[in-house]
Design a protein around this ligand. Structure first.
Ligand code: FES
Length: 243
């Protein structure tokens, strides 16, 4: 495929979800090689876990996962990355309910493939009324094209920067419905254990938690039907990549 720089395979790290309080450089160690781990045990309780994909061939990110799709990441050169270049990710093997994490400008960016059930629960009136900004009215938290209830271009694919808008921790991905520790009203989302902030699977913040705003959606577009480019809007990409 044109512009494909490298193929990156995934390395599963069962401790990733436990390490989310650590500084970013500790949570996402740079690895000198990237392994494929086909024998990872299957999930035991149906929970979907975090998949992590590197943004270049020499960079990998810790992760935990249920299954192991092969996901290609097409990273820019180190020089371009330092300058804040965009990052392309082939998401064609991402399964419904799975999430991958990649690195863009030193920040974790999540891509979640949402199920119809996830979307249905997110839009339930009783859920919306628990949210501070259910329709993404706050401009600064997302580009215009993601200023909607699902906070996305395509509702099935959610792209968001995985940093809590309170004090910058990385929330946990908790897609389960009504788990014991989060309560019966939990419809899946992101929980920040630092101070208890809650976000749903559109990154919309709950009312009454420390985080003041929804999670930030970065500029992005669908480069092809199977590739998302993070860091640049479609219009800018068409004009030669000003992002
Ligand atoms: S940093 Fe997330 S709740 Fe404080």
């Amino acid at each position: 495929m044109q512009n494909v720089a490298e193929k990156t395979t995934l390395h599963l790290n069962a401790t990733a979800r436990r390490g989310l309080h650590a500084p970013l450089h500790r949570r996402y160690p740079v690895m000198s090689s990237i392994d494929f781990a086909p024998d990872t045990p299957p999930v035991d309780d149906g929970r979907r876990r975090l998949l992590v994909v590197a943004s270049s061939a020499m960079t990998a990110i810790g992760l935990a996962a249920v299954t192991i799709p092969f996901i290609r990441s097409m990273g820019p050169s180190q020089k371009a990355k330092t300058a804040g270049a965009s990052v392309k990710v082939d998401f064609s093997k991402l399964e419904i309910g799975q999430q991958i994490t990649l690195e863009w400008r030193g920040k974790p960016v999540w891509i979640l493939r949402r199920s119809e059930e996830m979307l249905r629960l997110m839009e339930a009136p009783q859920h919306r009324q628990r949210l501070r900004d259910p329709d993404s009215a706050e401009l600064a938290q997302q580009p215009d094209y993601a200023r909607n209830a699902t906070r996305s271009i395509n509702a099935e694919y959610f792209v968001v920067i995985g940093i809590c808008t309170h004090l910058g921790c990385v929330p946990n991905f908790r897609p389960e419905v009504a788990p014991e520790d989060l309560g019966p009203e939990w419809v899946g989302g992101y929980f920040c254990p630092c101070h208890g902030s809650r976000f749903d699977l559109a990154g919309r913040v709950y009312s009454g938690v420390p985080a003041p705003t929804n999670l930030v959606v970065p500029p992005y577009h669908f480069h092809t039907t199977t590739v998302i480019e993070i860091g640049i809007d479609y219009e800018d990409a068409m004009q030669g990549g000003k992002g």
